[in-house]
Every structure is written in structure tokens, then in C-alpha cells.
Design a protein around this ligand. Structure first.
Ligand code: PEP
Ligand code: MN
Length: 623
């Protein structure tokens, strides 16, 4: 049951109401605020609904229709993000948990952990208590295995997930590990669920071999009912009539759960398929279907693994999968960027040791693509600060008014944003990271507006250009404004029923609009690459890319001489663009991106050679 409270209820009034409810044996829970303040009541209240309605301070009584209460979206509409140290599961990052089925030895565990961490896994897995079908199979290293996991965690700084098969292991789990996994065979082991709920550590709850989605959510409810909302659901295949694969991966569970629950969901294609070569295709499909993460079994020597060798990826296969996911994630508005995660962890750590919260500037206002890029890059590690112009961002970073800035550098359809290249040349700042965001345009209007009622559309001219095919099907008046979120804001305050805006989905949320036509951009391959600038590089450096600007002497073969240095040293050039030098007619500056860390000590000679051959050279950043 949800009690919606009177708008003018004072904190004292609220406390008084809760006191009265408790006196009537109501199990009251704080609920996240929506437009109105609410209190949740679990189980059957000791009072009739009528009486609840008449209590002072209660505006409305809403019955929760689903049998799961805390897990459902009615009580908790916003997505939950589960935090494991710096790692966030849920939201816009894809978190990958990887490691062997079972901990077999310190050496085996460390070897695999090094591999998966290097490839970008956010968390490490390994079973120490193994629930095996046969009592004669390897049962796991038990406490010794947990100690090995703790050692790996210390050595590599990666948090660990392991399965708990009995409440009697709770103390050991508290001591050695970060995330408690409840295995498929224990999905309905209610004592174990209650115990995991009381432990307060994040829980990864696997779906039972024959568990329905509702049963699974009821199991999660057990954990939340104990006061622990840090639960991740893990789809790992269900038993069907099909014997070809070990289980049948229920991918449709992802969109079904997204609707029913606020909890994040990860997919385990290893146990679902049971076959190594089926793991990567299903992992890619899971990410495309909207999963918040993956759990993948990896082994460096699967032929000799003590359990689940046939379904374990070789490290090189895991690396390739991570590269594929890196490409797929932005298509659905998410990202898997390991280098970026490392950097954000550093920023986060600095923030914790520093006095003030870090601030990152973006151009425009809440709900723009720049705002999305800022949120997606920094997560909670920095406060997103809107600024009016690109120059003001550079200025604010220079003076220290903000710690970082995030600016668009190029769009896959319309090319470079030269103003920012010019600012990078002028200011003495460094590129410290990058992020690519898919630009999805939507037609937004006030709730209740039908497509047929639209008369006028507001947006940035570039958005009109990018949605030309869609706009040509209608004869609407187009009104150009300075940014897409500004258009959304104006529509939300407009008296005109027929007004609509073209903007990003986040602008719909920010300004209370609904989407009346989705994905209306002509070309779906529309991405913008943003770079993060700061006063100094973030250490320790792990750069994979270098951006630089240079100009060549005015003599035959001058540019060729520079490019040749890259070729001779096997350095892959991924961008070359020329641009007139402002104020110097017919002279050009070259923008170059290289797939290397040009500032690493090993490349000192190459750097010198390029410097010698250029008239002007500025390394914008290695990141
Ligand atoms: C595991 O993750 O190692 C495991 C045993 O999985 P499941 O419980 O899904 O079978
Ligand atoms: Mn396994």
C-alpha cells in the first residue's frame, strides 16, 4: 500500500502519522519522493483502508497491484544503481563481471584476474563454495578460496563476487568479499535470501533453473524486505525442452524486468549456453537488449579447469568480446569504456581526498547532449556545471573555477567543431579523456499532445537538418532556437497546444514532456565525440591515443615527411584533417589523432623527429 501525503504536511505531522501507523502494526517504509511525498506499507496493515484514508496527513491510499512491493516500479519508479566501491551497476554504464567458474589456486585466480581486469572487467568472480550436481565433483576451495579472492582483490584493486550457499558462510563472506552471489539453485532458499538481505552487502541474485519472473522478483523482495536494496538480478538461462544448449537464455526477461522493476539486470551467457562459442553472440545480444551488465566465465586453461571449462572463454576471446561491447553500447545510449572507468576512479579518489567536490563544466543547459555526455563520463564523481559558451568552459578550467570541462569535438555526420579545436590550440589545457554519445532525436510535446495536433516545431538548426526526412513529411512551422534543451524548455512553458520540440530524451524528463515520435534523425549513425579537458593529465597514465595539432613548412613533401615518421614507426593514424590558421590566409593547421601514447618515454625519439619536421606542434593530450 502507498500513502500519498498532504502537500502541506509538516515533518512533525509526518512523524506523528508514522507513529500512529506503527501503533496499528503497519510496517512503514520510506519511499523515494515523486511529485508527492509517500509512505509505503508492507504486508497486510492492521487497519482498514478506509481508516488509513481518514488519518490526518493522508491525501490518498494507493494499492500496489503486484505481489512484490519494494522491488516493483510502483513504490520505486527510478532505476536503482548498485554500487560496489567505484563500480556502478545500472544507469548508463555496462558493468562486466568476469573470472573463472571456481577458484582453483592462487596462481590460477591471479592469472585470470589480471587478464580480465586488463580487458576491462569491472568486477572479478570466482566460486569458493560450488553447488555441484554431483557430490563427487569438485566442491570448491571453501574458506581457502575466499582468502585467495581477498588476496586478488588486494593485489589488483578489483572487487570480488562469490557465491554463498549457506547462511553459515555469512561471517566469512563479510570478511573477504564484496558482492554476495545467490546461485540459481538457491533462488528460493528463503533463509539464505533473508540472511543475504541482513548482511547489507550488494547481492547478485541469479534466476532459478525453473523460476518464473514473478517468483524471481519475489525472491528479490525477500532481500529488500530486510532493508537491503542493493540487488542485481542475473538472468542465466532457464530449463526448457531444448537440450542443445545447457539452458535457454531468456533474453526477453530483460525488457520485461525493465518494466516491472527498478533493479539492474545482468546476463550470464556462460551458464545459459554452456558452450564457449555461443557465449559471445549471446553476450552481445544481451547488451543490445538493454542489460546493465554481463557475467562471463573466463579461464586461461579451460581444458584443465575444475569446473565449467567448456563454457569458459579464453582471455583473447574475452578481450574481443569487450571490444565488441564497446562498439555496441553507444548504439543503445550506454557505454563500456574501461580506460574511462579508471580515470573516473582516479577523479573520484581525488575528490574524496580533496576538500571541495569536483566540478565539470558543459555547454548549454540541463537536458542537452553535452549534459548527457558530462553525466555519462563523470557519473557522481563530479558536479555537472552548465556554462553559456565553449570559451567560458576553457576559461573556467584555466582559472580553476571548475576542475574539468567537456566539449564536443566532432560529429560523425557534420564533422569537426572547429571552435573547440581553436580553443584547444589557444589554451594551455590538456585532453584527458573522451566519450562518444549517440545523437538520438525525438519529437517532444506536452503530455496529451497528438502528432496530428502539432503545428510548430522548435529546435536547434542542426537538429532540423539532421531530421530533414521526417520533417519533410509534415508542413510544420520551424522555429530555430539556440539549443535543443532550450526548445524543450520553451515548449513546456508554451500556451500553444500545437508546439513541439526536437530534443534528446533526457530533455523530455527534465522539462516534463512526452515523446510523440522517437528516433526521427535521418541517419541513425549519428554520434558526437566529446573530449574532457583539464589543467593537467591524470596520473597514472594509461594512454591509448594521442591528439595533436601541427603545421608543416611551406616546402614540397613537408606534410609527407611528418606522416612518414608515423608509418616508419608503425603508428596508426586515425584522423587527419586540415584547417585554415585564423588570421593567416592560405596557411593550414593539421589535426592528427594517433593510436599511441606519443608522450611515453619509449617514443621520445619519434616525438623529437616529428617536432623537428614540423613548423608548429602541440600535443593536445594522450588519453
Ligand atoms: C556460477 O555462477 O558459478 C553458478 C554456479 O551459476 P548458476 O547458479 O547460475 O548455475
Ligand atoms: Mn560455473
Amino acid at each position: 500500500m502507498i500513502l500519498e501525503l498532504d502537500k502541506d504536511l509538516t515533518p512533525e505531522g509526518r512523524a506523528d502519522l508514522i507513529r500512529k501507523l506503527k501503533a496499528k502494526r503497519c510496517d512503514c517504509r520510506e519511499l523515494p519522493p515523486t511529485e508527492v511525498e509517500r509512505i509505503g506499507i508492507l504486508g497486510k496493515p492492521g487497519v482498514e483502508e478506509d481508516e488509513l484514508r481518514r488519518m490526518p496527513g493522508v491525501a490518498k491510499v494507493v494499492r500496489v497491484k503486484t505481489p512484490y512491493k519494494l522491488v516493483g516500479r510502483e513504490m520505486h519508479p527510478q532505476d536503482t544503481r548498485v554500487r560496489v566501491g567505484d563500480v556502478v551497476i545500472g544507469g548508463e554504464n555496462i558493468a562486466v563481471v568476469a573470472g573463472p567458474c571456481a577458484v582453483e589456486s592462487l596462481e590460477q585466480t591471479l592469472t585470470i584476474a589480471r587478464e580480465v581486469k586488463k580487458a576491462g572487467a569491472a568486477l572479478f568472480r570466482g566460486g569458493a563454495f560450488k553447488p555441484r550436481t554431483s557430490p563427487y565433483s569438485f566442491q570448491g576451495m571453501e574458506e581457502q578460496g575466499l582468502k585467495i579472492l581477498a588476496e586478488v582483490r588486494e593485489a589488483l584493486g578489483i572487487r570480488v563476487v562469490t557465491e554463498m550457499t549457506s547462511p553459515s558462510q555469512a561471517d566469512l563472506m563479510m570478511k573477504y568479499i564484496d558482492v554476495v552471489q545467490i546461485g540459481a539453485r538457491n533462488m528460493q532458499n528463503f533463509e539464505l535470501l533473508k540472511c543475504a538481505g541482513r548482511m547489507g552487502k550488494p547481492v547478485l541474485l541469479k534466476r532459478g533453473l525453473a523460476g518464473t519472473i514473478e517468483e524471481w522478483l519475489m525472491s528479490a523482495e525477500y532481500i529488500l524486505a530486510e532493508g537491503n536494496s542493493q540487488v542485481v538480478l542475473c538472468e542465466r538461462g532457464i530449463r526448457t525442452f531444448e537440450p542443445y544448449t545447457r539452458n535457454t537464455l531468456d533474453l526477453s526477461a530483460i525488457p520485461v524486468l525493465k518494466k516491472l522493476t527498478h533493479l539492474p539486470i545482468v546476463v550470464d551467457p556462460s551458464h545459459a549456453t554452456g558452450m564457449r562459442e555461443k557465449v559471445s553472440p549471446m553476450a552481445r545480444a544481451a547488451v543490445a537488449a538493454g542489460a546493465d551488465g554481463l557475467m562471463i566465465e573466463v579461464h586461461h586453461d579451460p581444458e584443465h579447469a575444475l569446473s565449467d571449462g567448456p563454457q569458459s572463454l579464453y582471455p583473447h576471446q574475452f578481450r574481443q568480446l569487450m571490444r565488441d561491447i564497446y562498439v555496441i553500447a553507444p548504439v543503445i545510449g550506454k557505454q563500456l569504456d574501461f580506460a574511462h572507468l579508471d580515470r573516473v576512479q582516479l577523479i573520484e579518489r581525488k575528490r574524496r581526498t580533496g576538500t571541495a567536490r569536483r566540478r565539470a563544466a558543459f555547454v548549454g543547459r540541463i537536458g542537452t547532449f553535452s549534459h548527457k555526455a558530462c553525466l555519462q563520463y563523470f557519473g557522481d564523481a563530479a558536479e555537472a556545471v552548465p556554462m553559456p559558451t565553449f570559451q567560458s568552459i576553457f576559461e573556467a578550467v584555466k582559472t580553476g573555477a571548475v576542475d574539468n570541462g567537456i566539449v564536443p569535438l566532432e560529429n560523425s555526420l557534420s564533422g569537426s567543431i572547429h571552435e573547440n579545436y581553436d580553443l584547444l590550440r589557444e589554451y594551455d589545457l590538456r585532453i584527458i579523456g573522451e566519450i562518444k554519445i549517440r545523437i538520438l532525436h525525438n519529437l517532444l510535446a506536452r503530455p496529451g499532445t497528438e502528432l496530428a495536433a502539432v503545428k510548430r516545431v522548435l529546435s536547434h538548426p542542426q537538429a532540423f537538418e539532421q531530421c530533414r526526412q521526417f520533417l519533410e513529411q509534415h508542413s510544420w512551422e520551424l522555429v530555430a532556437v539556440s539549443d535543443t534543451a532550450g526548445a524543450a524548455e520553451r515548449v513546456s512553458g508554451s500556451e500553444n497546444i500545437g508546439d513541439a520540440a526536437i530534443a534528446n530524451i533526457a530533455a523530455a524528463e527534465a522539462y516534463g514532456l512526452t515523446v510523440i515520435a522517437e528516433g526521427i534523425e535521418t541517419n541513425p549513425r549519428n554520434y558526437t565525440r566529446f573530449v574532457v579537458v583539464g589543467r593537467e593529465a591524470i596520473e597514472p597514465r594509461q594512454a591509448a591515443k594521442t591528439s595533436l595539432i601541427c603545421s608543416a613548412r611551406n616546402e614540397p613533401g613537408a606534410l609527407f615527411a611528418i606522416l612518414r615518421v608515423f608509418a616508419d614507426n608503425q603508428i596508426n593514424m586515425i584522423k587527419l584533417e586540415s584547417r585554415p590558421i585564423p588570421g593567416e590566409p592560405w596557411k593550414y593547421m593539421f589535426y592528427i589523432d594517433l593510436e599511441t601514447d606519443l608522450e611515453s618515454p619509449e617514443l621520445a625519439a619519434v616525438r623529437k623527429e616529428i617536432t623537428d619536421r614540423s613548423e608548429y606542434l602541440k600535443i593536445l593530450g594522450c588519453y
